[in-house]
Design a protein around this ligand. Structure first.
Ligand SMILES: C[S@@+](CC[C@H](N)C(=O)[O-])C[C@H]1O[C@@H](n2cnc3c(N)ncnc32)[C@H](O)[C@@H]1O
Length: 216
């Protein structure tokens, strides 16, 4: 398969490994003895600053009250809960980890099972149907090339208004986490295909990442 990101060598990154890792909430230790895990209690404890910054980007780009909004890799749904609380009721989170979804349904009064689809992006995205907005936050950096391609291809056909990828585009990401690219990498601007009419990048301050904003 053609390399999406010429800057990144996919040493040992297989979809099956990735999906097993993210499906569990247990912390794992990498070869550098760094513990990393998929913790719903951590993701629900993150401040709402990130969700607010994201929502402002969508509002500036024409988000309307009844627009249908999908987050890929929503974990417990902290972002979609915030967006719903601000008067945008049609939110959906697609998440591989059922325990993270259960955590969100319990934690957030505004969210129920109906706000989530459980599954891995590449297999479950086909069940979503047409949406107006798609966003990710710190998710694309964990996926394989094959998984990212399935998102780009799907988005071209199914997203009507805009996409916001809040991700790291910095080559330092994997060094920063010391994980040798196994669970973390970075995106390359070169890998983002032409999906909509306009693609722009701006700093996403609350995480120190970049927002790639695509308008259709
Ligand atoms: C770093 S967390 C970010 C969570 C959330 N977006 C946030 O900002 O709090 C990455 C999330 O992506 C989910 N994920 C990873 N691979 C996935 C896949 N193939 N399909 C669906 N979700 C996935 C993980 O389970 C995890 O909840």
């Amino acid at each position: 398969m053609k390399k999406l990101n010429p800057e990144f060598e996919e040493i040992d990154r297989k979809r099956e490994d990735q999906n097993v890792f993210w499906s569990s909430l247990d912390a794992k230790e990498d070869e550098n003895h760094i513990l990393y895990g998929n913790s719903a209690s951590f993701f629900s404890s993150v401040s709402s600053e990130r969700s607010e910054e994201l929502l402002n980007i969508m509002k500036k780009n024409g988000l309307l009250r009844d627009d249908k909004i999908l987050e890929l890799g929503s974990n417990c749904g902290r972002n979609i809960n915030y967006i719903k609380s601000q008067g945008f009721p049609n939110v959906l989170g697609l998440e591989i980890n059922q325990e993270a979804i259960d955590h969100g349904v319990e934690e957030y009064e505004l969210l129920s099972e109906e706000n989530f689809i459980q599954g891995s992006v590449e297999s479950a995205i086909g069940n979503v149907g047409q949406i107006d907005w798609l966003f990710t936050m710190a998710v694309m950096i964990h996926l394989t090339e094959e998984q990212k391609i399935s998102i780009y291809e799907w988005a071209k056909k199914n997203v009507s208004k805009g996409i916001v990828f809040v991700e790291s585009f910095s080559k330092n990401t994997m060094h920063h986490y010391g994980l040798k690219g196994h669970w973390f990498s970075h995106l390359s601007k070169k890998e983002i295909p032409k999906i909509g009419k306009k693609t722009r990048y701006r700093k996403f301050k609350s995480i120190g990442y970049t927002a790639c904003i695509i308008t259709m």
